[in-house]
Design a protein around this ligand. Structure first.
Ligand SMILES: Nc1ncnc2c1ncn2[C@@H]1O[C@H](COP(=O)(O)OP(=O)(O)O)[C@@H](O)[C@H]1O
Ligand SMILES: [Mg+2]
Length: 333
């Protein structure tokens, strides 16, 4: 259960704006998000919903012309937005480890992977070269890379996609972070390797006792990994629930749409993929009212004029949804 003393990451009212030719446009609209110690949180939503920008903003790594307009983010009781650059560099890659989507752009192509692994250990943990190298070998072994003593000499292009992703995870884990943020870490990989990486992170989480934020557009992949899921749509949290409750009784029509998009084994080969029509709004083209209303099968008049608040939908537990049609969504089940 969530207790304030147990909170590792606490994001409140985070609002991110993009500077466009027509002025600034909101892309992340006042989201609240938290992760407790030892908890694994899934952050789910279609591409373009603001998942990556949210996580990048925490580390103050937002691209040019994109900025945090409002909100707070506390990590382990400390305010990330107001930390000095020096303090923040210690947190980045130290207490918070990152794994990004594309290892080919995040790994340095001209640097041996052993050196890339040693770098954070030398910088954050003050290790000497020898010690860092030894630890690099251990880390590669930890993430299941065979022959780690030889592999530390390899360059990224000499490894397969799955192996490179494991190297990324090893780098993210190098300093034994309190929190690992993995942004679609398996998207480029085939399904068998995706499942292996999920199992790996599950295993390491237990060994290291860390919290994890796993960002994905794939609800099926994370079912057995996460404790709780936050569903993002167009830069707003539309549902926040323990994973079992979310799968058993999704309340927001968007979440239902995402779940219906997952093909089941029982589906006839001919049956169509039951997905949501349309696409999320572009920044600067957010509709008035609920951002999902234009695509929502249950939209009512109020949905087009008012923004629904994230509110509890179940008597027990911490299941919340932002939808005027929640009751209706129930009947339609
Ligand atoms: N560097 C950028 N310049 C302009 N727009 C951007 C940039 N990065 C992201 N965006 C826009 O911000 C929105 C959210 O992006 P992002 O956080 O990357 O989404 P997600 O990770 O959920 O796919 C998208 O509409 C995207 O087009
Ligand atoms: Mg992304």
């Amino acid at each position: 259960m969530t207790k304030t003393g147990n909170r590792l990451l606490d994001v409140k009212g985070l609002t991110i704006e993009i500077e466009t030719r027509n002025g600034s446009a909101v892309v992340v609209d006042g989201i609240d998000l938290h992760v407790d110690k030892g908890e694994t949180l899934g952050v789910v939503g279609e591409s373009g919903c603001g998942k990556s920008l949210t996580m990048l903003s925490l580390m103050r790594l937002l691209p040019n012309k994109i900025r945090v307009a409002k909100g707070e983010a506390h990590f382990d009781g400390r305010d990330l937005q107001r930390m000095s650059n020096r303090e923040l560099r210690k947190v980045r890659g130290g207490d918070i480890g990152f794994v990004f989507q594309d290892p080919m752009t995040s790994l340095n192509p001209v640097m041996r992977i052993g050196d890339q692994l040693a770098e954070p250990l030398i910088y954050h943990r003050g290790m000497g070269r020898q010690e860092a190298r030894k630890r690099a070998v251990e880390l590669l072994r930890l993430v299941g890379i065979p022959g780690p003593e030889e592999r530390i000499q390899a360059y990224p292009h000499e490894l397969s996609g799955g192996m490179r992703q494991r190297v990324m995870i090893a780098i993210g884990l190098a300093c034994e972070p309190k929190l690992l943020i993995a942004d679609e870490p398996t998207t480029a990989l085939d399904v068998t390797i995706q499942a292996q990486i999920v199992d790996l992170v599950k295993d390491l989480r237990e060994k290291l006792g860390m919290s994890v934020v796993w960002i994905t557009h794939d609800l099926a992949l994370i079912a057995g990994l996460v404790d709780r899921v936050v569903v993002l749509y167009a830069g707003t949290v539309v549902e926040d629930a323990p994973v079992d409750a979310l799968y058993a009784n999704p309340r927001h029509p968007y979440t239902r749409g995402l779940l219906a998009s997952i093909p089941k084994l029982s589906d006839q080969p001919t049956s169509r993929l039951n997905s949501i029509g349309g696409t999320p709004p572009e920044p600067g083209r957010r509709p008035q009212g609920c951002p999902f209303a234009p695509r929502c099968p249950l939209a009512m008049d109020i949905c087009r004029t008012h923004v629904p608040k994230l509110e509890p939908v179940a008597a027990a537990g911490h299941h919340r949804a932002a939808c005027f049609a929640v009751e209706k969504a129930q009947e339609a089940a």
